[in-house]
Design a protein around this ligand. Structure first.
Ligand SMILES: Cc1cc2nc3c(=O)[nH]c(=O)nc-3n(C[C@H](O)[C@H](O)[C@H](O)COP(=O)(O)OP(=O)(O)OC[C@H]3O[C@@H](n4cnc5c(N)ncnc54)[C@H](O)[C@@H]3O)c2cc1C
Length: 183
C-alpha cells in the first residue's frame, strides 16, 4: 500500500456533506472524469460532523427559506458578515436543498412547541441520511471512495497536485478540493 500511486482528474479530501456534494456535482458536470474522495475514517464511521448533526435548516419548505433567514445568520455569526455572500446563500439555498432531494434525501418540517422560533426543515433520519444518499449517488457515478486514508501532505505543482496519505500512498490529481472541515 505504502508508495502506491493513483492518478485522478479531481480529488476531494473529506467525506462529509461538503465533500460528497462537491464530488457528486462534479461527476454530474463531467461524467467521464476520474474522481476520488479521500476519507480518514473507516466507511462505517465516515460522515464527519454531518453524520451526527440533526441537520436542521431554516426553511419553510424545500422551496422557501424562513423569513429573516439572512439577518438571522448575520446576527448568529457574530462577525461583520459579508452581506453579498449571505444574499447569495439565501438565493441559492432552495436550489441546493432541492438538489439534495433529487439525490434521495427526504425532508420534513419540524413542528416547534415555541411558535416564535423560525421555521425549520430537517432530513428524515437527520444528517446520516444526507451521507447515505450522497454515498449512494457517488457509487452509482463510479466515484472512488477511499476510506481509512488520511491526507497528510499536499504539494501543489504547476500542472498537478500530489497528496501524500499518512500510510504513504500517493495520489496525483489535476484538481483538488479540501472539504475536511477544520481538521
Ligand atoms: C452536534 C452537531 C449539531 C449540528 N447541528 C446542525 C444543524 O442543526 N444544522 C446545520 O446546518 N448544521 C449543524 N451542524 C453543523 C454541520 O453539521 C456542519 O457544518 C457540517 O456537517 C460540516 O460539513 P463538512 O462536510 O464541511 O464537514 P464534516 O461533515 O465534518 O466532514 C469533514 C470530513 O473530513 C474528514 N477529514 C478530516 N481531515 C481529513 C484528512 N486529513 N484526510 C481525510 N479526511 C479528513 C473527516 O473525517 C470528515 O469525514 C451541527 C454539527 C454538530 C457537530
Amino acid at each position: 500500500m505504502a508508495g502506491t500511486i493513483s492518478i485522478y482528474d479531481l480529488i476531494i479530501v473529506g467525506h462529509g456533506v461538503a465533500g460528497l456534494a462537491a464530488i457528486v456535482s462534479a461527476a454530474e458536470l463531467a461524467p467521464a472524469a476520474q474522481i476520488a474522495v479521500l476519507e480518514r475514517a473507516p466507511k462505517d464511521a465516515s460522515g464527519g460532523n454531518t453524520r451526527y448533526s440533526p441537520a436542521n435548516m431554516r426553511m419553510r419548505s424545500v422551496n422557501k427559506i424562513s423569513p429573516g433567514f439572512m439577518d438571522n445568520i448575520i446576527t448568529i455569526s457574530g462577525v461583520d458578515g459579508d452581506r453579498a455572500y449571505f444574499e447569495k446563500l439565501a438565493d441559492q439555498t432552495p436550489q441546493a436543498v432541492q438538489w439534495l432531494e433529487r439525490q434521495g434525501v427526504q425532508f420534513h418540517a419540524i413542528d416547534y412547541f415555541l411558535k416564535s422560533w423560525p421555521n425549520r426543515i430537517q432530513p428524515v433520519s437527520k444528517g446520516t441520511t444526507i451521507i447515505k444518499a450522497l454515498q449512494r449517488s457517488a457509487r452509482v457515478k463510479g466515484i472512488q471512495l477511499v476510506y481509512e486514508c488520511r491526507a497528510k501532505q499536499l504539494h501543489l505543482g504547476k500542472e498537478e497536485t500530489t497528496i501524500k496519505a499518512a500510510d504513504g500512498r500517493r495520489f496525483i490529481t489535476k484538481s483538488v478540493i479540501l472539504a475536511s472541515n477544520r481538521f
